[in-house]
Each structure stands twice: as C-alpha cells, then as structure tokens.
Design a protein around this ligand. Structure first.
Ligand SMILES: [Zn+2]
Length: 360
C-alpha cells in the first residue's frame, strides 16, 4: 500500500527516464552457486550511477538533433527509455526526490511539498533553508541508499536531498546534501567525483544537477538557454562515457531520471493570482508552498470563511482536506493541513502570497 510501481523509479509528470547498461557483463544467477558470501563482495557486483537532472522535461532530448546531442543519442540508442512516466502529486522537487528513493507516494513518505508546515509544533519545512530540511523528524521512510548500506554496499550522494540524515541510525559512506549550486561545472565536477568513488570500490553513487531546472526557471522551458543547458549536460555525459572506458569501469549501469517537467509561465501566458487579493490572511495560521499548489492551516471556526474566499480565485480548485481526491495519494500526509488550493491544469494558474511572505 502507498507504493509506486513505475519504470526504473522514474516519476514526475513530463520528466525523463533513461537506463543504460554500459556492458552486458552482468554475472549470471548461478555465478555464486555454492559460495553465497561471494555475492556481497563489491567487486562481484555491477555498480550503479543514478543521475537526477532536475526539471528535465520529457521532450528536451527531442528538441534538438542527434548531432547536437550525440551523447544522449548514444544513451537512447544503446539503452532503454521509459515511454512515459506517471506524475507524483505534487510534481515538485523535494516530494519527488523523496519518492524517487523510497518508492512511496507523498502521503506515505510525508514530504508533501517544497514548503510545508507542522501545525502541532509550528515547524516549517522550507526548500532552501538547510536547517529546516535537515530535521530528523521529516525523514521517516527508508531511502534506497539506506537499504543498500544495510546490505553491505558502499554508497555516495552528491547534492542529493538530505542524504546526510541517518535513517535507523544508518548513514551513507559519503554524502553531500542538496544546496543550490547551478551550472554545468558542478555537474562535471561531481561526475568526476562519482568516478573516483567507483575507483575506490563504491557500489552505488547518486549525482544531482539542477542545471536544466535553474535555466528553465530563469529563461523558460522553451528558451534557447535551455537548449544550451541540455547540450551542456550532453557534453558531461560524453566525458563520463570516455572516462568509464579509460578507467576500465566496465560494470557500471547508468540510470538518468528527472523529477518533473516545466510549463511556460511567462507574463501573458498564464494568470497569476495574489492570494492576498482574495483572502483575509488574518483568518489563517499558515500558508505553505506556492505556484501550482498551496496548503493552508486555519483555526477550525475560520475554515468555512477561508474556503469561501479562496473559492473566488479564478482558475483554481479548492479542497477541504477531507475532499482532496484519493487518487492524488496526498491527503493522508501527516503535514497536509485544512485546505488545499491547486491551479487548474487547463489554466496553469499561478498562486502566490508575496505580500505576506508566509513560509518562504
Ligand atoms: Zn525539481
């Protein structure tokens, strides 16, 4: 219950999922027959490099020719690509990063937004606030690196969510948790670091890059700048493949995933609503998140009035907690509060609360 069954862990609407086996040197199942303990020797196991390209929309690899993206082309023609991926709700970074490593929906792993609010303790989870996201309390589901560590494998993560928080007292062998470092250079640097780790006998290494997400947010998903950013990532993938060969790392599998896509929200393309123009914010205790969703906490006696005021915002759906559709696998989340407002898909509404500065 509460788990996802999707191709190679890949989720997030409009995002990318690619798997490449560099060689076909997978040991046969009877390889370890009669000698079970060998199975856990690191050198006997194929290694896995798991790359997360943030905000890499599903069509980014199709928007340029094969000669412009020769290394993605190598991946696509030698590996396998998911035909589609199902979205997590909400299709935002932190919830999806957590689903990618736990296989669970947001209501199960509990990371229900980039920003959310514990109404009992008044604590906030806030995307770019390291102190807030690093609290042990948010992290209750076992990620794949913990499972791997428990199985005796060596793992490392580069800029990957909160890999530094121990689960069941288990830590990874090496973790650099997420902080915002845009650009191509840090991706190349971390790919080289990952290769070093494989040289040192690591089994499973995860590398995160926000290059396409950062560029998409600044210039829009249909911009020339995003095309360049995708070519930048392609360059790094080329270097990676050359280095694997040079270092004779011939047993490395590579999985590339994205966490979500991106819609064009340039001025004039969608409506942008300031929540404060509709809602008397004195009636509420907290407003969390922004953009496509907001989750609102209000004293019980104010909920009917708040619901009524929010319902006047054009282009959005308003749900009391109990009415949030089951199919979103969201409503049972521990930190889901009284009212959820959600931009309608057809309008790509955009909701903000800049005047109040709540939560973020
Ligand atoms: Zn993201």
């Amino acid at each position: 219950m509460g788990s996802l069954s999707l191709t190679s862990w890949a989720i997030g609407w409009g995002s990318l999922a690619v798997l490449l086996r560099v060689t076909s040197s997978m040991p046969s199942p009877d390889h370890h027959e009669g000698d079970q303990h060998h199975h856990h020797q690191h050198s006997e196991n194929p290694k896995l490099l798991y790359i997360l390209m943030d905000g890499f929309r599903w069509d980014y690899v199709d928007k340029q020719s094969k000669s412009e993206l020769p290394n993605f082309d190598t991946f696509l023609s030698n590996g396998v690509k998911a035909r589609w991926t199902n979205p997590l709700f909400p299709s935002l970074s932190f919830p999806t990063w957590t689903s990618l490593v736990t296989g669970q929906y947001a209501e199960t792993h509990g990371v229900i937004g980039n920003y959310f609010y514990d109404a009992q303790t008044k604590e906030k989870f806030s995307l770019f606030n390291e102190e807030s996201t690093g609290k042990q309390k948010w992290w209750t589901s076992e990620p794949i690196w913990t499972t791997a560590e428990k199985a005796g494998l060596k793992t490392a993560q580069y800029l990957w969510a909160r890999c530094d928080v121990p689960i069941d007292g288990v830590r990874t062998d090496y973790c650099e948790h997420f902080i915002k470092i845009p650009g191509k250079d840090i991706f190349l640097e971390n790919i080289m670091n990952a290769l070093e780790k494989f040289d040192q006998g690591y089994d499973f290494v995860q590398v995160y890059t926000e290059h396409t997400d950062h560029t998409g947010h600044n210039y829009g998903p249909d911009s020339q700048e995003v095309l360049q950013a995708v070519r930048d990532l392609d360059d790094v993938m080329g270097i990676l493949m050359k280095e694997l060969e040079k270092r004779e790392l011939d047993d490395v599998n590579i999985v590339i995933v994205s966490d979500h896509g991106m819609a064009n929200t340039a001025p004039g393309t969608i409506a942008r609503h300031e929540i404060d123009d509709y809602l008397d914010t004195d009636l509420v205790e907290n407003i969390a998140d922004k953009g496509a969703i907001m989750n609102i906490k209000a004293p019980p006696e104010n909920i009917p009035k708040v619901y009524e005021q929010l319902s006047a915002i054009p282009g959005i759906n308003v749900y009391k907690k109990e009415d949030i559709p089951e199919k979103l696998h969201y409503k049972k989340g521990k930190y889901v509060n009284d009212i959820l407002i959600m931009a309608k898909e057809s309008e790509y509404g955009n909701i903000w609360s800049e005047k109040q500065g709540f939560t973020y």
